[in-house]
Design a protein around this ligand. Structure first.
Ligand code: API
Length: 293
């Protein structure tokens, strides 16, 4: 065993994140450690962002992303902001280039503390998302849930932001839908061979929308950055909004810009809660003595 590693419990507008410092070592945070940390109320999380030494010249670090069920994720916008805040606090550096299994991404901390992450280009091909069968037009696919003649949620837009997203457009308040009941069914629907993150979105103006997300591998979360990006891209594609949108999620506000060069930039806050050390093999952990409650 390689010994204990430092971690910080943080959140990105309520998206519960553990930033694990795995620099200078060859082991990974295990799925068993993720499940154990998530089972403890004090360290319950949506994603672990494990910072590893860079693998590719021109990048600062490699980031390994785990969901709370121990599965891997290709992208996590809110978690990336937490990584930036932790590293900026440590080093004073403000601009970072990270590598994840989904590719290279740039991020920066602004004056005043907000952090932007360039989440790259969205992909729309049915094989990119992926879907189990061909859909030529992914702005709206045939998928519904609820009574057959009066579906509660139907006809989502689907997008890959490195990870799979389905966005269901709703007219009523997003809280009036039982996302805890429908989320798991949709996440695991056979149309999504790699499962999917499920978002319900209410567009409130060409520049604003409200979203709630059921995350693949993590369940209901108070915010999901890649879902915010997917929602804006899908809304702009279907002419529901422009390309610059402020989103309200249960945990707070995010800004998304789908730039002219096709990159999607996510901006929002990140917050440190406490620090500790943990065993990346088992998830056993202790809180640092000087750390906040
Ligand atoms: N919370 C993350 C997304 C996690 C995605 C993950 N649930 C998956 O794709 O499996 C975010 O802020 O982008």
């Amino acid at each position: 065993m390689a010994g204990a590693a430092p971690f910080a419990k943080m959140n990105g507008i309520g998206n519960e994140i553990i930033v694990a410092d795995m620099r200078g070592r060859a082991d990974r945070v295990s799925a068993a450690a993720a499940v154990a940390l998530n089972a403890d109320a004090a360290t319950r999380f949506d994603q672990i962002m494990a910072i590893h030494d860079a693998r590719t010249p021109g990048t600062n670090y490699f980031i390994d992303i785990l969901n709370s069920d121990g599965s891997g994720a290709q992208a996590c916008g809110n978690g990336t902001r937490c990584v930036v805040q932790a590293l900026a606090a440590e080093t004073g550096q403000k601009v970072f280039t990270f590598e994840t299994v989904a590719g290279i991404l740039n991020a920066q901390e602004h004056e005043g503390g907000l952090i932007s992450v360039d989440m790259g280009r969205p992909r729309f091909g049915w094989q990119d998302i992926p879907l189990a069968e061909e859909f030529r037009d992914t702005r709206m696919i045939e998928l519904q849930i609820g009574p057959i003649d009066a579906p509660v949620l139907h006809s989502p837009s689907v997008v890959s932001m490195g990870n799979p997203h389905a966005i269901f457009w709703v007219d009523r308040d997003v809280w009036s839908y039982e996302l805890d009941r429908f989320g798991p069914l949709l996440e695991n629907h056979p149309i999504f061979p790699e499962r999917a993150n499920i978002t319900i979105a209410q567009v409130t103006s060409p520049e604003t929308m409200t979203i709630r997300t059921w995350e693949r591998g993590a369940g209901l979360t108070r915010a999901c950055g890649s879902a915010a990006c997917a929602s804006v891209v899908a809304a702009a594609r279907t002419k529901r909004t422009g390309r610059n949108v402020t989103l309200r999620a249960p945990g707070g506000e995010l800004r998304v810009e789908w730039r002219g060069d096709d990159h999607v930039v996510l901006t929002g806050a990140a917050e440190w809660e406490f620090s500790g050390t943990f065993d990346p093999a088992t998830g056993a952990w202790t809180r640092d003595a000087e750390s906040a409650a």
